[in-house]
Design a protein. Structure first.
Length: 278
């Protein structure tokens, strides 16, 4: 990857923190889709046998952050079992997010995903929930910054090619929920329950994103921008971006029946694409 002065400054400091087994660059900067103002998402991988020394991490960050007093560092597990914890700070005016990941747990999750065993978990910050396959996708799409023992290389080797069992499991898990969510929204129409209708519409669209990514053997690591990305896939829904915008315009203007009618058309076309790909 091209030389990045911020990462060149950050990586050796983090590598000296006890317990840091590997460092990976994730997010849009790893995928090559970042713009100048994009955040830096950096994964800190540790093993259960040699836990991360959070106190030493806090000390290291204090020497890097623009405002050491404003930098936040959490204990491991502070953000739940799937986001886990991390730190957020600013370096040279750039926002940097550090995320903890257990090599052992990520490895076990990759094995599960390869066998078609996935799970969804409630998680603040992920409106649709945290799908366990995100961890596998993070590894697949990351750029290693520090990997002295080959931890990242070993994990990445198990993410390609995209596993057929994972594809089938994601489609099986999410495709049925699209129509189920639309039907639930339709039941709320007589009550004029706009919040419930909007929530069901979001779930239907989020599930469409999961199915489209799976059909195209692409890892989905965040709901943000998922449908916009899926609109450019080889297997997609005609006019997806514009039609999704129309759904939300209808919901915003109180035309709920029209929104759900459009969602049904999208669902029907997606089912057709799935059948074509079998």
């Amino acid at each position: 990857m091209p030389h990045d002065p911020l990462l060149a400054r950050l990586t050796p400091v983090l590598a000296d923190v006890p317990g840091v087994a590997a460092i990976m660059l994730g997010g849009s900067r790893a995928r090559g889709t970042a713009h100048d103002a994009s955040d830096y998402d950096v994964g800190l991988y540790y093993t259960e046998a040699a836990p991360l020394d959070v106190d030493r991490l806090r000390e290291a960050i204090a020497h890097l952050a623009d405002e050491p007093g404003a930098a936040q560092v959490t204990p491991v597990g502070e953000w739940g079992p799937w986001i886990v914890g991390g730190a957020w700070l600013s370096i040279g005016g750039r926002k940097v997010d550090l995320l903890y990941r257990s090599v052992d747990r990520v490895s076990a999750t990759i094995d599960a995903c390869r066998n078609g065993d996935i799970a969804m978990h409630y998680q603040p910050g992920h409106p649709h929930g945290f799908c366990s396959a995100i961890w596998m996708g993070e590894v697949a799409l990351c750029q290693p910054l520090h990997d002295p023992s080959g931890v990242v290389a070993g994990l990445k080797a198990r993410t390609a090619p995209y596993p057929p069992a994972l594809r089938n499991a994601l489609i099986r898990r999410f495709q049925w929920e699209i129509l189920f969510s639309i039907e639930n929204a339709e039941l709320a129409l007589p009550r004029g329950d706009s919040t419930h209708v909007a929530g069901c519409a979001y779930r239907a669209l989020a599930c469409m994103g999961q199915v489209l990514f799976a059909l195209n053997a692409q890892y989905l690591i965040n709901e943000k921008g998922a449908l916009s990305a899926a609109a450019g896939f080889p297997v997609t829904i005609r006019g997806l971006t514009e039609r999704v915008a129309e759904v939300w315009q209808s919901i915003g203007s109180g035309q709920h029946e029209n929104a759900l009618r459009m969602l049904r058309l999208l669902e029907n076309e997606l089912r057709g694409r799935h059948c074509d790909e079998r």
